[in-house]
Design a protein around this ligand. Structure first.
Ligand code: NAD
Ligand code: UDP
Length: 316
């Protein structure tokens, strides 16, 4: 009989984390979800709480965490991801990505656990190369309002590789590109949830800047499949891009959301935030080669699933 693994998911009550916990449980594993509920919620995991293989621990990873049972694997997702939330307390965001990451790497070292870091396309900053391969070193403003997150995630990657070189911790790093889907918080502030909520509530759709900036949107189920493949991949630490290479302008996204919701909302233009990247598109050939992974769900299908979720939430 194959022994169940004990898997710790930090940030497990958040948007991506809750989907990951659900998938790991359905794969037959034991899951310990650690979250401080800053942007996550118990609502996201309430359907998992009755599962004997699931445990929720309210804890902030900035403080050391001592697991009361052996841990085989750690997925480190604990960090606010939306610009609105990571800029709310920039210093705490940096602490999560430095002190918090050191705490989790220390835990991995003690338990000889493999640890995967949820890194981000933000390590490429406002990219001067397009699409972005893992070899691209990035164009990040270390003094800007996004730096607490971008530079935080960059130093987190450095810490992962240093723990690997110095302490032989088995590390895995995925660089996640814009991901969306059910269980994004209504007030998350990222573009997909903002546009859908605005469209369903008949409010103005707020495009920042001229709407010509691009992003490449990945549906959450594709990402979770890629993360689990990366955790289980032998002899490859990464970093590896996980994203959907289909690229859209924010204006195209707004028009799709209006079409799929049947909304009468108007598009309005607001000021572009500082250091907002002009374009972003992953090159996923490394993930294809090493993990036999590529995204399957296109934007139309993913948006429709996400709209159905928000309709239920808003009661529209
Ligand atoms: P989210 O805000 O929904 O999830 C983050 C979770 O971490 C929340 O549940 C929050 O309460 C928890 N958290 C934050 N700080 C914590 C701390 N100090 N201790 C314990 N828990 C803490 O965002 P998400 O989109 O699910 O993002 C999850 C991870 O994926 C983040 O690390 C993020 O940087 C990364 N990521 C996400 C995207 C994306 O497009 N969604 C893209 C790149 C990277
Ligand atoms: N954006 C927008 N309207 C919104 C929220 C975001 O036009 O209501 C834009 C934002 O300026 C950026 C893009 O959408 O150019 C993606 O923003 P998001 O915060 O989702 O992610 P990130 O900038 O971190 O990729």
């Amino acid at each position: 009989m194959i022994k169940k693994k004990n898997i710790l998911v930090t940030g497990g009550a958040g948007f991506i984390g809750s989907h990951l916990c659900e998938k790991l449980l359905s794969n037959g594993e034991n899951v310990i979800c650690v979250d401080n509920l800053f942007t996550g919620s118990e609502e996201n995991i309430k359907h998992l709480l009755s599962d004997n293989n699931f445990e929720f621990v309210e804890h902030d990873i900035i403080n050391p965490y001592f697991a009361d049972k052996h841990v085989d694997e750690i997925y480190n997702l604990a960090c606010p991801a939306s610009p609105v939330h990571y800029q709310y307390n920039a210093i705490r965001t940096i602490k999560a990505n430095t002190i918090g990451v050191i705490n989790m790497l220390g835990l991995a070292k003690k338990h000889k656990a493999r640890i995967l870091q949820a890194s981000t396309s933000e390590v490429y900053g406002d990219p001067l190369e397009h699409p972005q391969t893992e070899r691209y070193k990035g164009n990040v403003n270390c003094d800007g309002i996004r730096a607490c997150y971008d530079e935080g995630k960059r130093v987190a990657e450095t810490l992962f590789f240093d723990y690997n070189r110095q302490n032989y911790v088995e590390v895995r790093i995925v660089r996640i590109f814009n991901t969306y889907g059910p269980r994004m918080a209504k007030n998350d502030g990222r573009v997909v949830s903002n546009f859908i909520v605005q469209a369903l509530e008949g409010k103005d759709i707020t495009i920042y800047g001229d709407g010509k900036q691009t992003r490449s949107f990945q549906y959450v189920d594709d990402l979770v499949a890629g993360m689990i493949k990366m955790m289980n991949c032998e002899n490859f630490n990464g970093p590896v891009n996980l994203g959907n290479p289909n690229e859209f302008t924010m204006l195209e996204l707004a028009e799709k959301v209006i079409a799929y919701t049947g909304s009468k909302s108007r598009i309005v233009y607001q000021k572009l935030p500082q250091d907002d990247p002009c374009k972003r598109k992953p090159d996923v050939s490394l993930a294809k080669k090493k993990l036999d992974w590529e995204p399957r769900i296109d934007l139309e299908d993913g948006l429709k699933k996400t709209i159905t979720y928000f309709r239920g939430l808003i009661g529209e």
